[in-house]
Design a protein around this ligand. Structure first.
Ligand code: ZN
Length: 342
């Protein structure tokens, strides 16, 4: 029988200090050439080991093989000039210097497939692999070619589908698309955002997930959260359409957030990766705090659809803190499993 409440993380985990600067988002690599390739594989082994020691059920590469959750994928595509940079406002929130789309976008060869195959060789546990979603990709670029957010999103969706099919063939059990932009551009999400996501997962037999959060614990995000009021109802805008979509799992930010838990009812039928670990604080949750969040979610979710998870990635945290949080997630899930079985 499948274990109830399978735990996982939303995405990135801290990188070892010999690979990248600790506690820094998007830090440059400290190694080069073959040493970098070896270093990334060693870091993946280490990250996997830490997840396993903490008892995490669905494991990942901890995103050890990439610098940035969006641009590392785009770097491998044709049509984007990384030298030509423009400052744009991303997620309608903060200014960032981003690469420019200068021609037709295309994928000549696999991006993460070798890394995923390597992870597959290291474990028999279910593995999850993260890709950026089409809307978040276009929102992290300056487009000087298509001149249409929607058109570019459809192009990226087709490219993501090629990559996803090869990840599936490499043995990935769950392919996750990161779409923090879904929490910002509601009209576009409903018009074409979810449709492009469905294009990205077309024909896949493995499970698929979408991660929709309020971002890493960086200042631009914590400042933004302060403007959102006492109830964060962003999910309400997109859940009805998402519920009708073909995506299997939805990964949400719940712990320490002001998201009313009853919104989960709007995606009835989906498996929900409930964020029960806050990534914006260095304070490690107690197992009971994790259990409390999971218990609240169970008021609106069947136990077989509850997937305890983190709110977002943990790259900016120290390795000690991240390890502590993984342990708390496992221990909190255990409390609820015991309650459910008694
Ligand atoms: Zn996130």
């Amino acid at each position: 029988m499948k274990r109830l409440l399978p735990t996982s993380t939303a995405g990135s985990l801290p990188k070892p200090s010999w690979l990248a600067q600790p506690e820094v988002l998007w830090s440059p690599w400290k190694l080069q050439g073959q040493a970098l390739i070896d270093g990334k594989q060693d870091a993946l082994r280490l990250s996997l080991h830490e997840q396993q020691r903490a008892g995490i059920d669905i494991v990942s590469d901890g995103e050890q093989s990439r610098q940035h959750f969006v641009t590392t994928f785009i770097e491998h595509l044709d049509g984007v000039d990384f030298e030509k940079r423009e400052t744009v406002k991303i997620r309608d929130r903060y200014e960032a210097s981003v690469p420019t789309v200068v021609g037709a976008v295309a994928r000549q060869k696999p991006v993460f497939v070798d890394d995923a195959r390597f992870l597959r060789q290291q474990t028999d546990q279910p593995i999850k692999w993260a890709l950026p979603g089409p809307m978040t990709m276009i929102d992290t670029l300056y487009d000087n070619h298509y001149k249409s957010r929607e058109k570019l999103a459809w192009e990226f969706a087709a490219i993501l589908n090629q990559e996803a099919r090869e990840l599936e063939a490499a043995g990935v059990d769950i392919i996750q698309f990161d779409e923090p932009a879904f929490n910002v551009f509601f009209d576009e999400v409903n018009d074409w955002g979810i449709a492009t996501l469905e294009r990205a997962i077309e024909g896949l037999k493995c499970e698929t997930a979408v991660h929709i959060c309020y971002g890493y614990g960086i200042k631009a995000n914590t400042d933004w959260k302060k403007t959102l009021g006492s109830e964060w109802r962003q999910y309400e805008e997109i859940f009805p359409r998402l519920q009708k979509s073909s995506i299997d799992l939805v990964s949400l930010e719940c712990h320490n957030s002001h998201v009313p838990m009853d919104l989960i009812e709007l995606i009835r039928g989906k498996k929900v990766m409930v964020g029960a670990i806050d990534v914006a604080t260095h304070t490690v949750e107690t197992p009971e705090e994790v259990a409390n969040t999971l218990r609240k979610a169970l008021q609106f979710l069947d136990a077989d659809k509850l997937y305890p998870c983190t709110n977002c990635g943990m790259t900016p945290l120290s390795r000690d803190v991240a390890r502590g949080k993984l342990n708390a997630l496992s221990a909190g899930a255990d409390i609820i499993r015991r309650e459910l079985s008694s």
